[in-house]
Every structure is written in C-alpha cells, then in structure tokens.
Design a protein around this ligand. Structure first.
Ligand code: PXP
Length: 246
C-alpha cells in the first residue's frame, strides 16, 4: 500500500497566534494541503492552546474531506472535546507546558490504567485511537495492552541521529524502528511515524516496510513559508506600484 502523508498544520496557527488576529488560518492551510494531495490533516489541541484553538478543530471537522487526526493529551477534558467533535482519529501524546514541541513519546507502560480507559472511551465513540510512543519494546507492548488501534512511532531520535551522527548510528536507529514496526504488526497494531521528518531525511522512513502514514509539520510549514516568499513579495510590490501610478 502506498504510504500516506498527514500534514500537521499547527504552525500556521503558531504564526496567527503571534498576532492574535485571524490570519493565517490553519483551516485554509488544511484545504490547500488537501488540494495538493495530502492524505490527512493533523492538528494538536494543546492544553495551553498555544497554537490550535477549539474553533480550528471544529471547523476542520467540517471541511476536512480526507482524514482528520486530532493530537491531544490523555486527559478527561480532551476526551470530552474529542467525543463532541468526533475526529476520524485521535493520537494520544504527552504534554508538558514548558516543552517547545512534543519531546518524547507517551509513557503508556507507566500509565497503562488511565491510558487504557481513555482509549476505550474514544473507541466506544467510533474514534480510531493511536498512541505516540518511543520506538521501545515495552511501549509497543503497552500500546497493545491498552487497546490502541495504531501506534505512531516517534522519529525524533532518528532525526537527531541523522543530523549529528554517522551511518552506523543511523543504521541502528533504523533497524530499531523496523523491529518495532514488526513487533507492532505481530500484535495487530497498525503503524504511523512522525516527528522531525524533513526533506533530507524522509527517504529513510518512507522506505521502511509497514508504516502506513507519516505525520509531518514543521518542515512542510517552513518550506511553504520560503517557497511562498517570492510570490508574496512580488504581490505586495505590485500593489505598491499600482497605488503609486494612481
Ligand atoms: N507526530 C506527533 C505525535 C507530533 O506531536 C508532532 C509534532 O507536533 C508531529 C508528528 C510532527 O512533527 P514535526 O512538526 O517535527 O514534523
């Protein structure tokens, strides 16, 4: 099966929240991402609401025609919200107020009881549930015990290794990822991957057998800002020149 691309639009909202005005709207970005061929849209409604807002997720639910994946903490407040909005999928992630981004996987092994309850409640409401976990055996086993449908393997360590270390370390990371995919599939879990994937390192992850979808945010939003710069500046200059001529 060809691998899917899920586009995480959080950082469009990060730019909007820098001014607390209406643009750029992550909902508009989602429409454009889908028109370009994205297989799914991901948004993370954080407890601190630093980028995506509740309004965004509700509107996304209305307009996303592919697959809406809501990333959220495994908390009662978020479970109620998810049941109200009914995304296609929820990906449970850890949250720490001070973190710059999601830093590690959810420690499902240490929170088996409460994560299992959250997963069951979401599944009872026909929401597919994924858990974002580090590529470690105990976390994959715990994801199975907790009743998840999918795991999303955290590729942050792979991405760091790609930037900072040699081929031998990179091969070790890739083989660990491949082993965790195989273990998950043996348990009947489906597998996504994400975090830190970019235009330089994607070929390694896209080549791994068994991954269904890659969720990518920062690198795509960054590239969009840069490849869009030429047009954005030209459009503004055109308006200035036109006004001068009047
Ligand atoms: N998957 C999960 C679970 C995440 O928390 C994030 C970051 O919000 C991503 C994927 C996307 O990571 P990045 O922005 O580095 O592409």
């Amino acid at each position: 099966m060809p691998k899917h691309l899920g586009v995480n639009i959080d950082h469009i909202a990060t730019i909007r929240e820098a001014r607390k005005i209406r643009e750029p709207d992550p909902v508009a970005a989602a429409v454009l991402a889908e028109l370009a061929g994205a297989h799914g849209i991901t948004a993370h409604l954080r407890e601190d609401r630093r980028h995506i807002q509740e309004r965004d997720v509700r509107l996304l639910r209305g307009i996303v025609t592919t697959h809406l994946n809501l990333e959220m903490a495994a908390s009662q407040e978020m479970v109620q919200f998810a049941i109200d909005v009914l995304p296609d999928m929820v990906t449970l992630v850890p949250e720490n107020r001070k973190e710059v981004t999601t830093e590690g996987g959810l420690n499902v092994a240490a929170r088996l009881d409460d994560v299992s309850k959250v997963i069951q409640t979401l599944k009872n409401n026909d929401i597919i549930v994924s858990v974002f976990v580090d590529p470690e055996t105990d976390q994959v086993k715990a994801a199975r015990k907790a009743g998840a449908d999918f795991i999303e393997l955290h590729t942050g360590r792979f991405a760091d290794t790609f930037e900072k270390s040699g081929q031998a370390e990179l091969d070790r990371e890739l083989s660990q990822l491949q082993d965790m995919i195989a273990l998950a599939m043996k348990y009947g879990l489906r597998v996504n991957a994400g975090h830190g994937l970019n235009y330089r390192n994607i070929s390694y992850i896209a080549a791994l057998e068994g991954i269904e979808e890659m969720n990518i945010g920062h690198s795509i939003i960054s590239r969009a800002a840069l490849v869009g710069m030429d047009r954005a500046v030209r459009e503004m200059l055109d308006l200035i020149r036109e006004a001068e001529r009047k």
